[in-house]
Design a protein around this ligand. Structure first.
Ligand code: GAP
Length: 442
């Protein structure tokens, strides 16, 4: 193994260990030995994952007047997946190793079983990735339902509902964040590819002649989102798909890729889906899924540009990009240099003593901050150790309450990245921290 490969494995191992030991991500059903490829998000992970999704929602919905939200059902009838093409084509090529009986995705293994090295593999057969279940107590064909493998179809199926209730007109988008399920043959690389995961998708409906222009627009916007939230430019790239790689619905796709420890891999796909989806659902449902423009007296089926990102996968990329080891006053430390918007806690309040009168005083400081920031409160062990713990989970600012605070009504604010400490009057604390985020004062 080369030094670079060893360092990458090492980084991955360190991030996975940190996630487990600091309460970001646990193996699911841990006390029963885990359940392959499923994970539970712990106290810190749930905050961070929520922050990733909120940052996406803020940029895609809150800060725009042309995108609205949706939260569609996860369970859906076969009709949806027949029309979308998923029942027929959402498959991976599955092969069995005749020697050790492991199963693999043929396109990922170069004709050799990664488990035993045998070349004796079966012919590939198409394996549908959708999870099938039954709605209600009768387990027959008439009651089949699917767990959605993507959130996108919810937007197409609700196109007429949204158009009719919001008075939006193309170009406009419908955004959704939520769980999706794929029965992946080879889930791998921690939460990179799992069977249950979260997506952040937006379907942007445009006049047919404008799809290329909007495709280019969304490539730029989405690339900038990752940069703005702290992924270094050298770890991010756009890769345009070859025609042979395109999904059944796509007229053009580009991926935003991140340099993971194992190499470049996908964070998000941006696709020009043309009119495939609306035409398919209109034909299958018999409903009109088009737009009448009273300005031009024209009726048309909008084309769709789709930025489709993974929330859980993106959270992992943010963690990997943020992980650093450095030295503070000659002591080694692990630090997550997370953007404040993504950090599980923005502020930690740390009283120097856990006894009266400092403890109740520190709790008042905490109560002042809590409406504005997600805060941790830690009274255990020495202050140096507490700083290290907060650095390791990415808390950008520590607020230390000491005995002087009782007299001068001020606290020490410590910056995670510079470790610089300054005294701030408690009355100015919220606005000072807001200033540091770059946001307006409340
Ligand atoms: N509607 C289009 C669509 O679903 P996709 O490229 O299959 O496109 C979009 O999925 C994103 O969802 C991917 O870029 C990835 O971030 C995330 N994703 C897909 N499958 C995943 C899995 N098994 N585990 C974790 N994330 C996944």
């Amino acid at each position: 193994m080369t030094d670079a490969a060893a360092a990458s494995d090492d980084l991955m191992e360190k991030v996975v260990r940190l996630c487990r030991h600091r309460g970001f991500i646990f193996p699911s059903a841990d006390i029963y030995g885990g359940f392959r490829s499923t994970y539970d998000y712990g106290p810190l992970g749930v905050n961070m994952l929520r922050n990733v999704k909120n940052a996406w929602w803020r940029s895609m919905v809150q800060l725009r007047d042309d995108v609205v939200g949706l939260d569609a059902a996860i369970l859906s009838p076969p009709d949806v997946w027949k029309a979308s093409g998923h029942l027929a084509t959402f498959t991976d090529p599955l092969v069995d190793c005749r020697n050790c009986h492991e199963r693999w995705r043929e396109d990922k293994i170069d004709g050799v079983c990664p488990n035993c090295g045998s070349h004796d593999l079966t012919e590939a057969r198409a394996f549908n990735l959708m999870f099938k279940t039954h709605a209600g107590p009768v387990e027959d064909e008439g009651h089949v339902a699917y767990l959605r493998p993507e959130t996108a179809q919810g937007m197409f199926v609700n196109f007429a509902n949204v158009l009719g209730t919001t008075r939006k007109k193309p170009p406009f988008g419908i955004a959704q964040v939520g769980k999706s399920f794929r029965n992946e043959i080879t889930p791998q690389n921690f939460v990179f590819r799992t069977r249950e995961f979260e997506q952040m998708e937006m379907e942007y409906f445009v006049p047919p002649g404008e799809s290329q222009e909007w495709f280019d627009y969304w490539l730029t916007e989405r690339f900038a989102w990752y940069l703005d939230l702290g992924i270094p430019e050298e770890k991010l790239r756009l890769r345009h798909h070859e025609t042979s790689e395109l999904s059944h619905y796509s007229r053009g796709t580009a991926d935003v890729e991140f340099l993971f420890p194992w190499g470049w891999d996908e964070l998000e796909g941006i696709a020009n889906r043309g009119d495939f989806d609306l035409l398919a659902h209109a034909a299958a449902s018999g409903e009109k899924l088009d737009f009448f423009d009273p300005g031009t007296n024209e009726r048309y089926v909008p084309h769709v540009v789709e930025p489709a990102a993974g929330a859980t996968r993106t959270m992992m990329a943010f963690l990997i990009a943020a992980y650093h080891e450095d030295e503070v006053a000659g002591e080694p430390r692990n630090v997550l240099r997370l953007h404040w918007r993504l950090a599980p806690y923005q502020v930690a309040v740390l009283p120097l003593s856990k006894k009266e009168p400092l403890e109740p005083f520190a709790r008042q400081v905490l109560a002042r901050l809590q409406p504005h920031f997600m805060c941790d409160y830690d009274t255990t062990q020495g202050i140096g150790k507490r700083y290290r713990r907060q650095d390791e989970v990415g808390t950008p600012w520590c607020v230390t309450v000491d005995f002087e605070s009782l007299d001068d009504d001020a606290v020490t604010v410590r910056d995670r990245d510079t470790t610089e400490q300054v005294r701030v009057p408690i009355g100015d604390l919220v606005s000072e921290l807001r200033r540091r985020t770059g946001e307006m004062s409340p």
